[in-house]
Design a protein around this ligand. Sequence first.
Ligand SMILES: Cc1cc2nc3c(=O)[nH]c(=O)nc-3n(C[C@H](O)[C@H](O)[C@H](O)COP(=O)(O)OP(=O)(O)OC[C@H]3O[C@@H](n4cnc5c(N)ncnc54)[C@H](O)[C@@H]3O)c2cc1C
Length: 430
Amino acid sequence: MTITERGTHEQLRTTPRYHTVGIGAGPSNLSLAALYKNVTSDRLALFDSRPGTGWHTPLLYPGVRMQTGWMKDLVSLVDPRHELTFLNYLVTSGRLYALINSQFDSLPRIEYERYLTWATERLGVVNFGSQVDSISITDDGFEISVDGVPAAVSEHLVLGLGTRAVRPAYLGGLPAERAFIADDLGQRLATMDRSAPTAVVGGGQTGLESVLRLLGAGFTDLRWIGRNQWFRSIDDSPMANELYRPSHIEYLQGLNRDTRRQMIDDSRYSGDAITPGGLRALYQANYDGFLSLGQFPVTLLPGRDVRTSDLLSDGNIRLCCSTTALPEEHVVRQLIVAAGREHVAAPFDDDLRERIETDDDGQILVESDYSVRWKGMNGHKIFTFNASRYSHGLTNAGLTQLPVRAAIVLNSMFEREIYPISDDVCAVHW
Ligand SMILES: Cc1cc2nc3c(=O)[nH]c(=O)nc-3n(C[C@H](O)[C@H](O)[C@H](O)COP(=O)(O)OP(=O)(O)OC[C@H]3O[C@@H](n4cnc5c(N)ncnc54)[C@H](O)[C@@H]3O)c2cc1C
């Protein structure tokens, strides 16, 4: 690509230059920015398409809880004296005692979002409303464009692009106001029919939270459909939590790819499942509903995989499911889908995309330091979070190892051990 195609000489001359640019300002890159600020005076900027602060905001409402404990904040695991600890947020916002005495088993997600907002404001490095639409490599480093205009040139790049909700093909062709993904439930709820049969498809945490939200809003005929044999809760046992430690991630790195993949698939339900408290809340609300209505407002339908749907002549929606026995049909008026999330791809331009090395499945090859393998690196590094499930395991996506991941990236970026990562006091020998 020529300079005239990318922008004028003047534009390039005046484009702000940074040592590091992060795309996405979710917890992954906020953790990176927080640790970065304490180790260097070099410039860093984050770009995020969101109009302002937030954290999975469409799925946030009173009552939803975290799946991770409060010590798993942006910084504590590697730098507990950092000013952006969750504890410092509680103290400086005056809510420490109120929160302690509320005796939450798991924190409200809204509180975690408030904490992220507090940290974001103190960091002061996020450019909101900035959808990065192109990343290219120039002699000076990476050129990042927002709305087709160069917005930054940077030595290094850190991708924290997160995930987006999957929209299964069977949603297409159905009326959007009655059949939609869970992210849209908040805005559609007011106009929905509370007595009409309503299906929630998806046996994970978001599916459960959608059912709870509908129950709380007075819905009386809910069908909760999930693919697995039963609605599984997270294994939060001490042993399962050993999988979320640096020592286990290091162990995974030493395995061959196939073995590692198998082990990561086997350990899936230590993280990709429902919080036990959430399932209990559903069972209790359903029993309360049974006492007042004389029937359960929620019917649980595990072991059903929705394959297709069609709109019947009376306006109802027919869902066709495969099961372990005979196929089944379920006819409902309204449909909410929580079918999981997919990784957001980086907007590399064609030249850079061709240089990125991928595995046989077309997945980007991510090294143990979260760097991406690409041809012609020339000292410029690309790191990526949330995109290396089969090299780093389940911690690749969650909040459990945020600062550890960020510390590993910074150690690699600055080629010295700024943050020692030690996890030797461990009774398990993998
Ligand atoms: C509802 C929900 C609850 C969760 N709760 C927990 C929990 O309790 N514990 C846990 O461990 N994990 C949880 N997770 C999983 C995971 O930890 C979170 O998804 C976490 O937010 C991931 O952080 P991230 O920074 O990698 O990505 P995200 O938080 O998804 O942030 C990515 C950001 O990148 C931006 N972006 C993407 N593409 C571009 C672009 N081209 N230009 C500019 N900006 C872009 C997006 O706007 C977004 O803000 C939860 C996930 C969901 C969906």
